[in-house]
Design a protein around this ligand. Structure first.
Ligand code: C2E
Ligand code: MG
Ligand code: MG
Length: 315
């Protein structure tokens, strides 16, 4: 855990609470691991666990103290080469270093704070883009991620409605991204919430399509506006004919279902050329730029519009 100096990491003589918590942490690490299913609570794991505890302790104050930052990553319409909008991605800096986002999201889920985090991000992202569009006469769109907790909670619809009202963002410029999960697949509330969100006029996207295990059932049962294809379906398309065929088929399927398509994790010009030849997709990835503070990207794309490639700044 980069953010925590080692001296802060843990007690010199770990007490029972640290040991029991550490054992649970090791158990979780083992259950997330691959074939061996064994994790030894060695120095490395102890340091990660101590860092995890610090994150858990400091997170609750992070939102209220404005410590979370909204980063944007552009989405490029491949038919025009122009920036269509942005995905909002959370960043949290602790002791001057960014906590890896998957770790942060995982900790928030465990703390039950993920819903607050999502709502903070959605609200901030909508405000920022709406204000920018009004000032600069633009029609940039924004996508924000909603976790399972929000997609099974009816309040989410009222919350999104209030965000639209407060920000003044036209609903069609807001997309909420939901990631498939076992919890969501079997929860009947998801379909109703998706329908209500679409009735507000905003768009719903299935994120990380192709990374999970049962995405076709999702596609069949839940009517969404957009399919966001996971990076794992893109990364080998230049070398592997099978990977190419799979990606092309998914893009065509999305088209036939009447959904728009975003391809994530686009890193090379060769990938862009192939994706463009497969149909009318939007692309997002390091080739066009890494996530950066929202206003940096907005300023860049508004004042110096350029399609490709964009210089890649440090993450
Ligand atoms: P995601 O929503 O699928 O976001 C895309 C992730 O892929 C981002 O990672 C982005 O930095 C990374 N990425 C984009 N282009 C490329 C590329 O060309 N190559 C590679 N290797 N990676 C690329 P990030 O920012 O670390 O976020 C990870 C995940 O954390 C997100 O995946 C999303 O599931 C979650 N997340 C981020 N912000 C939020 C949030 O506000 N709420 C919720 N619930 N989840 C969030
Ligand atoms: Mg996403
Ligand atoms: Mg994704």
């Amino acid at each position: 855990m980069g953010c925590v100096p080692v001296v802060e990491v843990g007690p010199r003589r770990p007490g029972p609470e640290f040991l029991v918590g550490g054992a649970e942490f090791a158990l979780e690490a083992a259950s997330r691991g691959s074939a061996t299913r064994m994790a030894i609570f060695d120095e490395d794991l102890a340091a990660r666990y101590a860092g995890h505890r610090v994150v858990q302790e400091r997170l609750p104050g992070a939102i209220s103290n404005g410590k979370l930052q909204v980063f944007f990553q552009p989405q490029i319409d491949l038919s025009t080469g122009g920036v269509q909008g942005f995905e909002a991605l959370v960043r949290w800096s602790c002791n001057g270093r960014f906590i890896p986002t998957p770790e942060l999201i995982h900790a928030e889920e465990q703390n039950g704070l993920i819903m607050d985090l999502d709502r903070f991000m959605l609200s901030e992202a909508a405000q920022i883009v709406s204000k920018w569009n009004r000032t600069h006469r633009k029609r940039l769109a924004v996508s924000s991620n909603l976790s399972a907790g929000n997609m099974t909670n009816e309040d989410t619809v009222d919350f999104v409605a209030s965000v639209l009202q407060r920000s003044g963002l036209p609903p069609e410029l807001l997309t909420v991204e939901i990631t498939e999960s076992i919890e969501l697949e079997h929860d009947p509330r998801v379909q109703s919430i998706v329908e209500q969100l679409r009735a507000l006029g905003c768009r719903v996207s299935i994120d990380d399509f192709g990374a999970g295990y049962s995405t076709f059932r999702y596609l069949r049962d839940i009517r969404v506006d957009e399919i966001k294809i996971d990076r794992s379906l893109v990364m080998d398309i230049e070398e592997s004919p099978s990977a190419r065929h799979i990606l092309e088929s998914v893009i065509r399927m999305s088209e036939q279902l009447g959904r728009s398509t975003v391809v994530e994790g686009v890193e090379t010009e060769g990938q862009v050329d192939l994706i463009r030849s497969f149909g009318g997709a939007t692309a997002q990835g390091f080739f066009y730029g890494k996530p950066r503070p929202a206003l940096d990207w907005l300023a860049d794309t508004t004042y110096r519009p350029r399609s490709e490639p964009h210089p890649v700044p440090a993450a």
